[in-house]
Design a binder for this molecule. Structure first.
Ligand code: PLP
Length: 389
């Protein structure tokens, strides 16, 4: 039987080669200087591991309610209401049994932010719809959009990687359904300002476009003050947050989505018939994770960000990252190479970075992840400095 002939255009349209190549290389090189990894270098906090084990022992091994374990939902709601009292505390509100939680707002515990993204797109997109995606972007976005039958429309944010209303506005058409915002951003580390977000949010409201804010790196911000978010001024955006990066729980598949109830109800229905629920033990452990203090790691990443900027500025065109754990320098023009060619040349020196073409319609930059130990980063930076000289 010709199994290939069974495959859909939908799935064949996905080219996973760029990222897979980095994984394959990491496996094939002996002791590579790996600056390609998109997850924290530290391990899950001990208390979180202990709770997962205890939860298994207690019999927390069954389906949870589709919308998530009550204890975790209540904890997340309480945290959100404390963080965003102006928008998320409604007088008389009490949805989900939590006092003050607005009736028009839903919350769903998801299988990672990826799970939330997929449910959102399947809930709001249909063939012919357009989705505005900042370019450069997190690789999954464009594929989930096409899987949903919609068309990605890229908002070019080079050279400063700022997603502004001025850049978005000319691209909105009758068919635009959704705008994706990712701050702190992967692969650039750029953090939007509250002013930029408010302008985007106002534009979306005016033009009937749903704003989705992927805040998976919310705790990894390096500048003083609170993370800018649409949540500071509205509860009409769909916000996605997760445990993968914050608590190094990438394999546990846990995140949450909240926003307009009409949308969240449909996402919940789809979760019931797909993921069913987020992993039960991860949900129990998630409650404990929310007490973990990761500020020490954030301080470490801040110092590494400073180091990357210090050593590469002047040699590479580089927008200083304000968060996450990535930097996205431009390949110096005098080298005459694309991002892909440059990262291939780095491999000859045992360094793995990811070429910008994986994250963008352009292939002029490359992504460095500094979620690695200090020594690896220094050795990687030595090579990056030496190759341009
Ligand atoms: N969103 C962004 C911007 C990411 O960088 C990632 C992971 O790299 C995800 C979502 C997916 O995260 P999760 O593990 O929660 O599915």
């Amino acid at each position: 039987m010709d199994f290939d002939s069974l495959l859909t255009d939908r799935v064949l349209g996905i080219d996973a080669s760029g990222v897979r190549r980095a994984f394959d290389l990491a496996a094939s090189l002996e002791d590579p200087i790996n600056l390609s990894i998109g997850l924290p270098h530290f391990d899950v906090p001990e208390a979180v591991k202990a709770e997962a084990q205890a939860a298994i022992g207690r019999g927390m091994n069954r389906y949870t309610p589709t919308q998530g374990l009550g204890e975790l939902r209540e904890r997340v709601m309480a945290e959100l209401m404390t963080g965003y009292p102006e928008t998320l505390v409604a007088s008389g509100g009490g949805a989900g049994g939590v006092r003050g939680w607005p009736e028009d707002t839903g919350l769903l515990i998801t299988s990672g932010v990826s799970g939330g993204l997929m449910l959102l797109m399947l809930s709001v997109l249909q063939p012919g719809d357009e989705v505005l995606i900042p370019d450069p972007f997190f690789v999954m976005y464009k594929h989930l959009v096409t899987l949903s039958g919609a068309t990605p429309v890229y908002v070019d944010t080079y050279p400063d990687f700022r997603l502004t209303a001025e850049r978005v506005e000319p691209l909105i058409t009758e068919r635009t359904k959704l705008l994706l915002l990712n701050s702190p951003g992967n692969p650039t580390g750029v953090v939007s300002t509250q002013g930029e977000i408010d302008a985007l949010s106002a534009l979306c409201t005016e033009r009937g476009v749903l704003l989705c804010s992927d805040e998976i790196y919310d705790l990894f911000t390096f500048d003083e003050g609170e993370l800018p978010s649409p949540l500071r001024t509205t509860r009409h955006a769909v916000v996605l947050r997760g445990f993968s990066k914050t608590y190094a729980m990438t394999g546990w598949r846990l995140g949450y989505a909240f926003g307009p109830r009409a949308v969240l109800e449909q996402m919940t229905k789809l979760q019931q018939y797909s993921f069913v629920c987020a992993p039960s033990t991860a949900q129990s452990a998630g409650v404990v994770a929310m007490d973990a203090d990761v500020s020490g790691y954030v301080a470490e990443y801040r110092a590494r960000r400073d180091r990357v900027v210090e050593r590469l500025s002047g040699l590479y065109e580089l927008t200083a990252p304000g968060g996450a754990f990535y930097a996205f320098p431009k390949v110096p023009e005098h080298l005459g190479m694309t991002g892909t060619q440059f990262t291939e040349s780095l491999i000859e020196r045992n360094v793995i970075c990811i070429g910008g073409g994986v994250f963008s319609q352009r292939d002029t930059h490359f992504r460095i992840s500094y979620a690695c130990d200090e020594d690896t980063l220094e050795r990687g930076l030595d090579v990056l400095v030496s190759v341009v000289n």
